[in-house]
Design a protein around this ligand. Structure first.
Ligand code: IMP
Length: 209
């Protein structure tokens, strides 16, 4: 069994990623909490690639210590970073999507700010982009996997309780519902993170870490 730490504290993401990787045999995805790692992971880069790598390296630094390795064994670590890029806002909020409405703001605060910024705007085009950085324990060196989904920002929330973040106001192209109205399997099959994780899964199947 290969054990990989997913550098996240976000339960929604963990569920999505575990579901997306469920077909890959011999892989166990371990969350930060399950690995006994605590603390705020730094996210200070100004690109998605930079942030994903920073998060993965933060975990790697902790699991490399002798004390940690005495008690645990892991084959690698991966981290993701996602941004919502809105065309009419010049690509904002992008890498700052989590704190668009300020530090420690809620998903609702971010959506309110986004809808306000696009008030009266006809161009609603946007995309979600995810970059995953994988660092393999034995081989070392980082690998990047990117997923992207294009769509539109709705003028108001559409939700039946699924999803998180900007999901209630993002409608992917070729669909008539928002991400927050889709069953998780459907979102996973077309979403930025789903596509990036699919590439990660293909890599993990082909090249055993
Ligand atoms: P993160 O860097 O992956 O944590 O994502 C940054 C922010 O983008 C999150 O705080 C969410 O607001 C938003 N986000 C990321 N993934 C999704 C998604 O699948 N749906 C909606 N919003 C998302």
């Amino acid at each position: 069994m290969r054990r990989l730490i997913f550098a996240t504290n976000n339960k929604h993401k963990l569920t999505e990623v575990r579901a997306a990787l469920s077909d890959v045999k011999d892989i166990e995805i371990v969350s930060l909490a399950e690995a006994g790692l605590e603390g705020e992971i730094p996210e200070t880069a100004d690109t998605l690639e930079g942030n994903a790598q920073q998060k993965a390296e933060w975990v790697l630094d902790r699991i490399k210590t002798e004390e940690f390795r005495m008690k645990n064994s892991f084959d690698g670590v991966f981290a993701d970073d996602t941004g919502l890029e809105v065309e009419a806002l010049g690509g904002a909020p992008g890498v700052y999507s989590a704190r668009f409405a300020g530090e420690h703001c809620s998903f609702d605060d971010n959506i309110d700010k986004l809808l306000g910024a696009l008030d009266g705007e006809k161009n609603r085009k946007a995309c979600f982009r995810t970059v995953i950085c994988l660092i393999e324990g034995v081989k070392g060196g980082e690998k990047f996997f990117e997923g992207r989904v294009d769509g539109q920002i709705l003028t108001e929330r559409h939700s039946n309780g699924e999803g998180f973040g900007y999901d209630p106001v993002f409608m992917p192209d070729r669909f008539a519902v928002s991400f927050a109205e889709m069953p998780l399997e459907v979102k996973n099959s077309i979403s930025h993170r789903g596509l990036a994780v699919k590439k990660l899964a293909e890599y993990l199947v082909t090249f055993k870490v």
